[in-house]
Structure formats: C-alpha cells, structure tokens
Design a protein around this ligand. Structure first.
Ligand SMILES: NC(=O)C1=CN([C@@H]2O[C@H](COP(=O)(O)OP(=O)(O)OC[C@H]3O[C@@H](n4cnc5c(N)ncnc54)[C@H](O)[C@@H]3O)[C@@H](O)[C@H]2O)[C@H](O)CC1
Ligand code: K
Length: 492
C-alpha cells in the first residue's frame, strides 16, 4: 500500500469536510479504532491516556470514552494543559463528554513539575500517547516534553496515536520523541513512518481505516488547495508569479481572458504577447494588462527572439489562446516549447503539436477529447477507469501533465491520476478554456505541475458553479473570472 505525507492527509481530511464528512465523524472513527486495538491487545487492565490540546488529543478522548464503557478496563486520562485551551471544537466536544463517561480519573495538568509528581504514571498495562500528531511544529515544548520523558521512563506498553509524539511524520529531525511499542496511524501509511530509522520510535505500525470517502481522495476538492504555495505578506512584486501569455492574432478575447484569470488567481505580473494587429484591442480590456505587440498578424518565427527575452523574466508561459492554426504559428509554437522553463499549452497550440522528446514534466496540456485523440493518436474511451488509464499512460510516456477536459476532468502526470467534477453545462460557452489556462498559468508559476493542474481545474469549475447559480445558462467566461476570488479567498 502506498504511503502519503501528513500534508496530503490534511488535504484528504479537508476534502472529506468539503463533501460533508465532518472532522468530528473522522475523530470518532479514529478514537474508536484505537479503543478496539487496546481491547484486542489486553482483555482487561489499567490504561492511562495522555492527551494534548490538538486533534491528536481529541482522538485520544474518544478512545478513552469507548474503552471506559467496558468494565474490564480502568481508564485514566491526563490532559496536558487546561481544557479552556483545547484548540478545536471537535476536540472540545469530545473532552466534555469524558465527564459523563465513567473514567476512573480525569485531570488537567499544565505544569511540568506537577506532571512529574503525578502518581498515576506507575502500574499501567498500557499508556496511550495522544500528545502530538501531524500538527507538531519544532521540538516538543513544555509540558509536552516532560510528558514524553515520563512515558518513555515507564515500563508500560506504549501505543502512539497517529505517530509517536515528537516524531514528525514527514521525516524532520527528531529532537525528542515517544518511543512506542505500537503506532496506530489513520487511513494510510505516512511517508515518515516507514523511513529506515523510524521503527525505533514507532515500534510496529498499524494503519486503520477511519471512514474517509473514496471521492475525498480520488476527486480534487477544497482540501487540495491547502498544499498550494501561499502569497506571503512580505512578498515582493513578482514573487507570487510572472506569467507570459502568448496568444492572439486570429482572435483577441482569448488571450485577454487567460491573462485576467491569471491575475485574479494571484499572479503578480501578467504580460500578454500578441501579434500587433490585436495588441490595442487586447490592451483595451483592462489597464491591469501589460501588452507586448509582436510583429505580424499571426505568431511567426520572426517573433522568437523577442519572446525568448520575455521568457527569461517570466516563470511560466501560457501558449495558445486565440493563436489560430496557421502553419507558421504552429511551427513557432514548436520552436518555443524547448526554450520555455514551464508552459501551459492550450487551444490552437495543441493542434498538431509535436512534443519535444524530453518534456521533463515542464508542460501542462489541456486538451478536450478530440484534441487528446489528435495528440495521442488514440481515441478517448467512454468508461472512466479506462479514460484514466489512457490519460495516465500518455502523461507518463511524454513526461507531461495532462488535463483531459470533460464532464468529469481527468488529470494526470503519469504517476498521480485524479478526477474533478466541479463545473457545469453553462460553461460550454466560448472562452472558458482560456480562463482555465490562465488559472493554471498563475498556479504553475509558483507550484509543481500536478498541484497546479489539479487545483486549477477545481477552481475554474467551482468559480463556474458560483457564476451558474447567479446567471444560469447565460453565464459568460468573464463571470467565471469574477468568481475566482470567491473560491480561493482565505486559502490562497
Ligand atoms: N485523517 C486523520 O488523520 C485524522 C486526524 N486526526 C488527528 O488529528 C491530528 C492532527 O491534529 P492537529 O490538531 O492538527 O495537531 P496535533 O494534535 O498534532 O497538535 C497540534 C497542537 O499541538 C501544539 N504544538 C505544535 N507543535 C508543538 C510542539 N513542538 N510542542 C508543543 N506543542 C506543540 C499546537 O499548538 C497545537 O495545539 C492527527 O495527528 C490525528 O491524530 C483527526 O482527529 C481524525 C482524522
Ligand atoms: K501521538
């Protein structure tokens, strides 16, 4: 079974919440699974739970409640700190239930010296370590650090909840950690729990299911946006991404839509390089756009030196919107691709595209079915699993990231293949593809290709869904641009 990072697990949790599976439900399942493991380990005995104030502690409160229902166990729980300082609602709720759950002892200790004096550390069959889980930052502070020492100096069997407290799940340097006999982690194995040296902290690792919905992992959701790089308040102009849109000539609206969508998604600088015949029209759409006129009525090989200079100062190129399919234009696209650091290739640029032999993961392609067939030489199957397989193998062969647009979008970089279901029939209107490319451009400037592609289709579809609620089938591509910030605000 493959392993995931703890930040990926957080995305999955948040996707569950987005689908309506609340954190308190997952916490209930996590805690119940811990209690079941204890019951399968010992048929009766004394169990001490040591809980922190985060959700790792929350899982522990649930486990203690489940176990205390069984008369064979004597259950004690120490909360490290005051219950008024418990961080989340779900954890608070589960702590307050403990008062009615028949525990032998329920105490709150914030002071390290008091912890050391606590007599209940001795003579336990099992100590459950629910101090810190995936939310740990840096070395354990007090009173957590003393609690870790006390657990380690006991001679009880130690079960860690999700990960040994102090042991980061992503392989960060360990300053101090619980040394567990058994670690029970949730949903999937975590990358850091299977490193060569990890066993001395984790003991045996067991993965238990907590009822995550399948779609929370397979379909892109709000939670995937968490892993995107965020604009920080000290960022300088250009730090949050410079996007160069190369398009226009045959049309003028398409490059402007892509550029505006990139700006709304948070790119700092968006430059639009278009043939001179449409430059003024593109510039007239918005004073926010920097427009560079290129010689001629269509993109052509004589534009390459200017574009090469522009590419040097931009993180990513968005090539395609409104270019048309002149043979000189397509030839220019093919010459440009190898000199791009990263590129999003869409619309006319995909037509008859020959990818460089070594794409090295630096391109994102956004074909619909007909364009995909033309690119790959194979038709797109109707059935979803077969579609995923075809897209995945094309992406892997060519070392590109592909977004196959459809009612359900299929996104793959050859190793990760996911689906997206945001979006609606109203988005069949012209220009929506250009909006998507612009969003991808902005995200790709500062993120990996796969993360940018996954989140961009989600954002574009979700913004389209908001626009559809307001405008119905009369929605326009510009309405989608107007709703992008409603989807990403608070996250990006
Ligand atoms: N799907 C799942 O895996 C589920 C996981 N659950 C559990 O939730 C934790 C993660 O919870 P979170 O609240 O994010 O973090 P923690 O409980 O690990 O700790 C955060 C808490 O601790 C403080 N803190 C952070 N670093 C330190 C430090 N170095 N020293 C002392 N204190 C520290 C911080 O201020 C926070 O208050 C996950 O592991 C699972 O156990 C869900 O309950 C179910 C779904
Ligand atoms: K833990």
């Amino acid at each position: 079974m493959f392993s995931i990072t703890s930040s990926k697990m957080r995305s999955i949790d948040a996707n569950c919440a987005y689908l309506g599976l609340s954190p308190v439900q997952l916490m209930e399942n996590a805690g119940a699974a811990i209690a079941r493991e204890i019951m399968s380990k010992i048929r009766y005995g004394k169990v001490l739970f040591v809980a922190g104030r985060g959700n790792n502690g929350g899982d522990t409160f649930v486990a203690a409640r489940h176990l205390a229902m069984n008369r064979n166990y004597e259950v004690k729980l120490i909360l490290l700190g005051h219950s008024s300082r418990i961080r989340t609602e779900e954890s608070k709720q589960n702590f307050s239930l403990l008062r009615y759950s028949g525990l032998t002892e329920l105490i709150e200790i914030a002071d390290s010296k008091e912890l050391e004096k606590y007599p209940g550390w001795k003579n336990n069959d099992i100590i459950v370590d629910g101090i810190l889980g995936s939310g740990i930052k840096g070395a354990p502070r007090e009173p957590e650090s003393t609690a870790i020492d006390l657990i380690n100096s006991s001679n009880s069997y130690i079960i860690s909840v999700d990960s040994p407290s102090g042991y980061g799940m992503d392989g960060a340097e360990v300053v101090k950690s619980v040394i567990a006999d058994l670690t029970i982690t949730f949903h999937r194995m975590k990358t850091g729990l299977e490193l060569p040296d990890s066993e001395k902290y984790t003991g045996l690792v067991k993965v238990v299911p907590i009822g995550v919905c399948k779609d929370a992992e397979e379909y892109v959701g709000m939670g995937d946006l968490i892993s995107l790089s965020r604009r920080n308040s000290e960022a300088h102009k250009g730090n949050s991404g410079r996007v160069l849109v190369i398009g226009g000539g045959a049309y003028y609206g398409a490059p402007a839509l892509a550029a505006m969508a990139a700006l709304r998604t948070g790119a700092d600088i968006v430059t639009v390089a278009v043939p001179e015949n449409v430059a003024d029209t593109v510039a007239s759409f918005s004073p926010n756009l920097i427009v560079i006129p290129l010689e001629g009525d269509r993109l052509n090989p004589s534009n390459i030196p200017v574009l090469e200079t522009l590419l040097e100062t931009h993180d990513v190129a968005v090539i395609g919107p409104g270019l048309g399919r002149d043979s000189a234009t397509l030839e220019t696209v093919e010459q440009l691709l190898p000199i791009c650091r990263k590129a999003v290739v869409d619309a006319d640029a995909l037509f008859g595209l020959k990818l460089p032999v070594k794409s090295e993961g630096k391109f994102i392609l956004t074909p619909h079915s007909a364009e995909f067939s033309c690119l790959s030489g194979s038709s797109v199957p109707k059935e979803l699993d077969s579609k995923k397989a075809v897209v995945g193998s094309f992406a892997s062969d060519k070392a590109v990231t592909v977004i196959l647009k459809g009612k359900i979008d299929v996104i793959s970089d050859g190793s990760v293949t996911r689906l997206n279901r945001t979006g609606n029939a109203g988005m069949a209107v012209g220009g929506t593809g250009d909006v998507l490319t612009g969003i991808i451009g902005a995200l790709f400037a500062v993120n990996d290709a796969i993360d940018a592609a996954l989140c961009a289709v989600f954002i574009s579809g979700a913004a389209g869904d908001l626009a559809f609620q307001e405008k119905g089938n009369g929605l326009l591509a510009t309405d989608i641009i107007d709703r992008i910030t409603d989807v990403i605000s608070g996250v990006l």
